[in-house]
Design a protein around this ligand. Structure first.
Ligand code: SAM
Length: 282
């Protein structure tokens, strides 16, 4: 008789405060046959804190493709495995997607054990609209690519959620002020659930000035939330048109971009010309 396959648990862990873990997560981590962790030494601290001695193996962005087959084979033999990342919910700007995709394709049961994610934690306390939001994760590291991505998002009316590290927080805020305009409202959520938790709101210009003036505020981990562009139902461009225009603007003048975008999308050239000027910050 075929052996029943095991279960792959996707377990959320704290983003700072070790108490932010569910009873169910602790039970699952204690009972599974093994835990696949992004950084075993990092996770050992959490597991040690709760007296959990389940064998640990690593699954990180550099070995993920090689490790997936082995983990699937173990699951098919009937072992149960929990996937955890360094912080928060696995797969949310963290490893795990190839494993979960492949497990589901092979009919292996995948069970989420929910908990923290920095994005949702930040949204819950930011005071920006949460009925519709867009999770953008990390922006590209290079300035030109970062600004192009932001230009594509400039007309987005939903709240925008970004992850950022201490290395690039100032550059990213500066790019946002440049592309979205200095007056756009935003929130910086820093070191959530940790000792130096700071949640600061203001315009992009105010936030940039505040952070430039205080090096302490540039340290740690960040979620940056930006209020969506004011919805102008009559003249807002749809996302595909925004993308076409932003892409053309990378290579062509405002006038050429508007002319070509009008031919490609059927939207009035005047409207596209005005939007192109906005995107160029003119
Ligand atoms: N899987 C995680 C989650 O569910 O939120 C995200 C992992 S991603 C590699 C790490 C990024 O998440 C950090 O650079 C930061 O942008 C954000 N982050 C994680 N913990 C945070 C915290 N305590 N405060 C603010 N941002 C945090």
């Amino acid at each position: 008789m075929a052996q029943p396959t095991g279960t792959l648990y996707i377990v959320a862990t704290p983003i700072g405060n070790l108490d932010d873990i569910s009873q169910r997560a602790l039970q699952v981590l204690a009972k599974v046959d093994r835990i696949a962790a992004e950084d075993t030494r990092h996770s050992q601290r959490l597991l040690g804190h709760y007296g959990i001695r389940t064998p640990l193996g690593s699954l990180h962005e550099h070995n993920e493709r090689q490790k997936v087959e082995g983990l699937l084979a173990e699951l098919e033999q009937g072992l149960s495995i929990a996937l955890i990342s360094d912080a928060g919910t696995p797969l949310i700007s963290d490893p795990g997607f190839p494993l979960v995709r492949a497990a589901r394709e092979r009919g292996i049961r995948v069970v989420p054990v929910p908990g923290c994610s920095a994005a949702i934690c930040a949204l819950s306390a930011a005071g920006l609209p949460t009925d519709r939001f867009v999770f953008e994760g990390f922006l590209p590291a290079r300035g030109g690519q970062r600004e192009n991505r932001l230009r594509e998002l400039a007309g987005e009316s939903r709240t925008l959620v970004f992850y950022e590290s201490s290395h690039r927080i100032l550059d990213s805020l500066a790019s946002m002020a440049e592309v979205f305009g200095e007056a756009r409202r935003a929130v910086v959520a820093r070191e959530l659930t940790k000792t130096y938790e700071t949640i600061r709101d203001g315009t992009l210009a105010e936030l940039l000035e505040w952070m430039r003036a205080d090096a302490q505020q540039q340290k740690g981990e960040f979620v940056v939330l930006v209020e969506g562009a004011p919805a102008r139902a009559s003249d807002a461009l749809d996302a595909a048109t925004e993308r076409v225009l932003a892409t053309l603007l990378e290579e062509l003048s405002v006038k050429q971009s508007a002319t070509l975008a009008a031919k490609l999308t059927g939207v009035a050239k005047k409207r596209l010309y005005e939007r192109a000027l906005e995107l160029q910050g003119k």
